[in-house]
Design a protein around this ligand. Structure first.
Ligand SMILES: Cc1cc2nc3c(=O)[nH]c(=O)nc-3n(C[C@H](O)[C@H](O)[C@H](O)COP(=O)(O)OP(=O)(O)OC[C@H]3O[C@@H](n4cnc5c(N)ncnc54)[C@H](O)[C@@H]3O)c2cc1C
Length: 580
């Protein structure tokens, strides 16, 4: 990433305030902060690849609208109600300015970004409030029940499933019902660290980097590094059952949570901190993944690990995706101990190569050519080979042993070792790619990602069916498809697939996206994949939830919703749980 001297949108007006909130430094139309962008210098092969695959020119054809020209509807909140909110949260922590309302109108899915870039912000929240304690949240629930407000819990705002969108009323009676977004940016402290049990109690609004820095200072790590790490929060991770890049070693977020506190409109639930229990169904796990529809997760106690003394990340190249899949399965089923094994298919490997930096010195160029020649001599064809980035962390001796065993396992499936420079470059760039999405959107490209999971015996069939469905659906919209996938998280019995799809945008990119998304989701469901492995359900996957869990399963979820939130105050539309 680079530091941008001049942000692309010059008329961004941060609200004047003494209370420092992250909103004013964010790219309201895209990913991350205003001073960062994806550094495309020294990557000469990227735009030619995009041109070749998608047939687009690389010219900027659809930049975001100027901020001041977004036709934002006025807040529906009458003045006395605003005063009530200010009494609860304090003057500074109730925001109705344009920027706050725009930044909180959507998450970060393709559909969200297209609408915001076009200035289509038809249902922004009427106010954004920033609690500092649970009493304020409870007071808001009381007021909301009296006044029929909707409430949307908001962490980092990185939802990619429509999890944050204010309810767009279809019925005239509800049209003026205000929506209040509850942003947890000020609930951002580590409450305590238990050095004996290796747990940390943390408030829900802590962003990834702040949380890791605080744990690292005490010699620990959570080990949760989603690609959205820099702009997502603990509460959001738990609410969506998130997975970090090293989930093989550290687990998914649901495995890290030992205890949590949830404030619902009916009252609080505080799960006891226990390593395990046999006390009926697992209440904690019924709340993890509830996407803000049952209540607000205010804090959680997390299992943490000592900071690793050593790390080894390196690249391996395989002749085919199937060979790489077999290698990961062996790594998992023999419990070799890697923390990450991320295998790209040949399309994604080609895109990664096109994004690698061109060497700038003569000796680096010579080294690169020699390396390529050597790999060619070993019989690997760059057009069809598949890259795996494999990571090991822990005590130094253990890392050495695991590395050796992992290399042997990979080599037995035709893998060749590309060395640790590939691993270092992956670590350096692991959070940068989302910035590139904004450059692609500028150039009129549809780009989105989706994910699923299945058993090893079904993985390649699901991969094939999903890829075909996406390619056919994109082609049916008149665009050349480019679809690429990696195995992102792996388990003893199966793995998750993470797919990126691209095509030139059609005249109605949202209708185009829906037709592609529907085809992909239908393919996943037909092939018995998970409706989601880690992005959650939100509003975008809600229509398929009954097929995932059965009608009775959905009815059980709805009964829980009615128990915790009988007036339907929270996150209406998420997971299809509202019955009125
Ligand atoms: C570029 C990019 C990369 C991503 N990479 C990954 C990845 O590697 N792994 C992964 O798992 N996901 C990933 N995601 C998806 C997203 O980051 C995750 O879903 C993340 O967990 C959301 O956290 P957040 O704090 O941004 O939550 P938000 O987006 O603010 O909220 C998500 C949902 O949770 C609810 N919610 C938020 N906080 C609370 C709370 N305290 N209590 C109750 N409900 C709450 C919201 O109402 C919403 O429905 C990515 C998204 C983007 C845009």
């Amino acid at each position: 990433m680079t530091q941008d001297a001049t942000p692309p949108t010059s008329n961004l007006q941060p609200p004047t305030s003494n209370l420092q909130l992250p909103t004013s430094s964010l790219r309201w139309w895209g990913w991350g902060t205003l001073d960062q962008s994806y550094d495309l210098s020294h990557r000469p092969n990227f735009w030619p690849l995009v041109h070749d695959r998608l047939g687009v020119s690389g010219e900027v054809v659809s930049p975001p609208i100027e901020f001041d020209t977004i036709p934002l509807p006025d807040s529906h909140l009458p003045h006395p109600d605003l005063s009530d909110l200010r009494r609860i949260f304090g003057e500074e922590a109730v925001r109705v300015d344009r920027l706050s309302r725009v930044v909180h109108a959507y998450g970060k899915s393709f559909r969200d970004l297209i609408r915001i870039r076009r200035g289509e912000v038809t249902h922004p929240p009427d106010a954004v409030v920033y609690p500092t304690d649970e009493a304020q949240i409870v007071a808001l629930f009381v007021l909301a029940a009296q006044k029929h407000w909707h409430i949307i819990p908001f962490g980092g705002g990185s939802s990619v499933t429509g999890g944050l969108e204010p309810f767009a009323p279809r019925d005239a009676l509800r049209i003026n019902q205000p929506t209040i977004t509850l942003d947890f940016a000020r609930l951002n402290r580590v409450v305590s660290i238990d050095q004996t049990s290796h747990t940390a109690t943390v408030q829900c609004g802590m962003l990834g980097p702040d949380l890791e820095a605080a744990l690292n200072a005490s010699g620990f790590t959570l080990g949760h590094f989603p690609q959205s790490f820099e702009f997502s929060t603990l509460g959001g991770w738990i609410a969506t059952r998130s997975a970090g890049q090293t989930s093989i070693g550290y687990g998914k977020i649901e495995e890290m949570v030992e205890r949590m506190r949830l404030i619902s409109p009916r009252g609080a639930i505080d799960i006891k901190p226990l390593p395990a229990s046999a006390t009926g169904p697992n209440l904690l796990q019924l709340l993890v993944g509830s996407e803000g529809a049952f209540g607000v997760i205010t804090e959680a106690t997390l299992r943490i690990k000592p900071l690793p003394a050593a790390r080894d990340y390196r690249g391996m190249l395989f002749h085919s995706f199937a060979d790489g899949v077999d290698a990961i399965r062996e790594l998992m089923q023999r419990e070799i101990g890697v923390v990450m094994a991320r295998l790209s298919d040949s399309n994604e490997t080609g895109a990664s190569l096109a994004l690698s930096r061109a060497p700038t010195t003569r000796s680096a160029r010579l080294r690169l050519r020699a390396g390529q020649w050597l790999i060619g001599r070993r019989g690997y064809d760059f057009a069809s080979s598949c890259l795996m980035v494999i990571g090991t962390e822990g005590e130094t001796d253990r890392v050495e042993k695991i590395k050796k065993a992992a290399l042997e396992a990979c080599q037995s499936h035709g893998g060749t070792n590309l060395g640790s420079s590939v691993g270092r470059s992956w670590l350096r760039e692991r959070y940068a790619l989302p910035y590139l999405r904004d450059d692609l959107l500028d150039r009129g490209i549809m780009i989105d990602t989706l994910e699923t999971a299945t058993t090893w015996s079904n993985l390649l069939d699901l991969y094939g069916a999903l890829t075909r469905a996406l390619e056919d659906a994109i082609a049916a919209t008149g665009s050349k498809p480019f679809v690429m996938t990696h195995v992102s998280h792996a388990y003893h019995d199966g793995a998750s697939l993470y797919t990126t799809f691209l095509g030139a945008q059609a005249s109605d990119p949202i209708a185009q996206w829906w037709s592609v998304k529907r085809a992909a989701t239908e393919a996943i469901m037909a092939q018995d994949g998970a409706l989601s492995h880690h992005h959650g359900i939100g509003r975008d996957h809600a229509a398929w939830l009954a097929r995932e869990h059965g009608e009775l399963g959905l009815e059980a979820f709805r009964a829980l919703k009615a128990t915790f939130d009988p007036d339907g105050l929270l996150n209406r539309g998420v997971m299809n749980l509202d019955t009125d």
